[in-house]
Design a protein around this ligand. Sequence first.
Ligand code: UDP
Ligand code: MG
Length: 318
Amino acid sequence: MTGLSVVVPCFNEEACLPELHRRLSAAAQSAAGQDYELVFINDGSRDRSWDVMRQIAAADDHVVAINLSRNHGHQLALTAGLDLCRGEKILIIDADLQDPPELLPAMLETMHDQDADVVYGVRRSRAGETAFKRATAHGFYRLLSRATEIEIPVDTGDFRLMSRRALEALLAMPEQSRFIRGMVAWIGFRQVPLPYDRDQRFAGHTKYPLGKMVRFAFDALTGFSSAPLKLASHAGLALSLGSLLMIGYIAYAWISGQNIQGWTSLMLVVVVLGAVQMFVLALMGEYIGRLYNEVKGRPLYIVQEIAGESRRLGSWAT
Ligand code: UDP
Ligand code: MG
């Protein structure tokens, strides 16, 4: 098999799908001729995304549409598509056309010329996103790269082209809390950046409200670093030093016969200690919660239905 697979997770993207299909098909055809498949994953959308996908799959032999049983989240929906795709080269792209499909030929060329296993898009600019999103994303990627032992490239999303062997390495990782851009960095091989300008969303609103963004950030941090757990020892050290100073001061005050006012200082110590302890407990809780999740070993996602699979690239039957 030599084909190209394009994998697209979709959550409430009915307005983007027709244009996405048009632009992706054009890009894939110019790059791979007829030897390609488009894999759309419906991640429990509450709009008409699945109907639209099914229609597209019925009309176009190149399209496979996967309907998940409910909303499993971006990274798991993407995993479902990656599990099912058949191509020798795999492009991951968002459904909202923020990442231009027209970059595909350049990515294939870079992969070929530099003998790379992964060509990942690096966002030179991000159009149509709020200053808050840009600032938090900027801060997050830099914090992450300081906290982790492996090098996760900054300002990089899931928009990337991968070889089959890189994908197989990725799929061999069974974890539930998936931060795919980091997992791809972890596998190694030759990975090459390709800078591009990120467009506005074609239609609709971001599917990453603040809560999901925070969860995603925690998945990344806890999945790739145990540095937060070490904060407890840093805090312990700092507080021990503080208490030494305090002991010195109290001894001095006692010897020189001063009368120390108790309430303010006591409350200060109680409140600060309480806050630090709760914070450290919460951090430990994050890791324990994730351990619990992993230990259960549930499947990552449940597929309800697949449309268009019988005609696909190297079909199931063979
Ligand atoms: N997405 C998904 N499931 C979710 C949330 C998002 O499959 O629960 C998809 C979404 O349809 C899109 C991609 O993940 O294709 C990235 O989401 P979005 O563009 O909203 O994120 P942003 O670009 O704003 O960070
Ligand atoms: Mg987007």
